[in-house]
Design a protein. Sequence first.
Length: 589
Amino acid sequence: MMKLLKAMLVLFTISIVLIGCNPDDDNITINPNPVDFSKNFGASASRDFIGQVVNADDYPIQGATVKIGSIAAQTDANGVFIINGASVYEHFAYITATKAGYNDGSRALIPTTGKNKVKIMLTDFVPTMTIASGTASEVSIYSGTKIKFDGAFQTESGTPYSGNVSVCMFHLTPSNPDVDDLMPGMLYAQDALGQERLLETYGMLQVELRGSDGQKLQLATGHMAQITMRIDDTQLAVAPATIPLWHFDEVNGYWKQEGSATKIGNNYVGNVSHFSWWNCDIPFVPINLSVRVLDGSGNPLSDVSVAIQRSSNGNTRYGVTDNNGAVSGIVPANESLTIKITNPCGTLYTGTIGPFATDATLPDIVINNTLVTSTLVQGSVLDCNNTNVTNGYVVLRGTPGLGSPSIIPISNGVFSTNRIYCNGVTQFSLEAFDFDDSQSSDVQNYNFTPSLTNVGSITTCTTVTELIWHQIDNRPAKYFTHGFYGETTSADGLPGGLHLTATSADGDVLSIGSYNANIVPGSYTSADFYVDSDELYIIIPTVNTIIFHVNSIGPVGGYIDMSFSGTFTEVDGSVVHTVNGQAHVKRMQ
């Protein structure tokens, strides 16, 4: 049976920059007549990718379209995609993810020769405000970030547009813990002279404009909009008086310098001629940095989090090693850096590196630490006909303290991963997925053993179809595996709406629904939705912060997909709990 795969794929878009230093003090000459910018990317290369697309609450998005070059794939029920043999560049790969009901998302990275791990977080397309064309308007959000429109819009093809305009705004602050997953591309840019730059962000603004038929819109040619972006409190004291503006090129996958913004009070204010993402950033000269992480026996370690920190200001970015123990990213040239490896066991390695004037590969980092033990986890995966699964993955989950779940790719029916685990925390589970046939295994529990953990064969014979589950606090998730029913009209004489039900192995019936007859894909609160089971009761009178995300409502015979998360208080008001859950149920009427 399928289980939720929590987010764990973090990109190594290292963009640690020194606040207040002059980016051109490194004596690197700027060429006023630059060559084609893509020349910086190196030669064409074939690379493999495995990744996950999630929503802003870190829950999987099924059915998202992921593209790398000319190859496209759909995410499965775990939000996972696999693309092998994608044509990219040696030093640059650009991945996009789209799904109806969400703003477009993307990721860029320096690909390794191993299985590159990617995570893309999509935000809901929920209009902040609907305005009318032909009239000056101002749209603002809670932080004080706002946009002033003059009322002139056009379609993407350049045709003048008249009618209502839905404006969706999202302000991404540098202090947001998910900034690397939410922002597009990576902090890599082309400046006004066509040169490579690494960016330090002082805040990003995503804006999408849609017409009355859902079509994408832009500002009319020759017209401008004024953006006011609140400066993050953590950066206000050091924010420069003026700062370059950069827009994200959604076709090519990197930022481009265009104009500037002025600091007025707690905000940056500037004028822009079009919308996608806009970024207030200080630019620096980048170099590419690569490193491998090994255990004491020289084996490459997968899914190890590597942090790079600017020695002078403490800004940190993270990356995760691939199946070959490798990770690559961009860092500022000619700066001293601190590299650190930590996990739930504690700090495993720390050291000082740099400064580097040109691209660099560090000596291998060897983890010899008494807090952890290394092991090779290996096994085979078969389908129902006892033949090798050739396109799939295994989800490894550990007990509390072991860290986030991991995706391990299957190659010709075999998987293997060198890992470290905390001494005294040996329990873990595996669940295998056949990507081509939409089959999964049961969840199977094991214990790590030093050096080698051979789990034998795992068979994927469970069809991944319908699912409802919820998890309260750190308790094991509870799965409702049969008796599924989904409807968009009520069968009990009550008003119409959206209703889902399923039954667990112990007979507990879970109901999720709304009596609001106007439910469409979007985000809702418990004023519109309820959840009811033996363990969980969330309805309007309950004190809670639950947000319900309706991702899709298919036709009869199709699927209803939704997730929910937040906190709730027990009926007596004494204990506050966290909860999250997901539903993928076939619509019967």
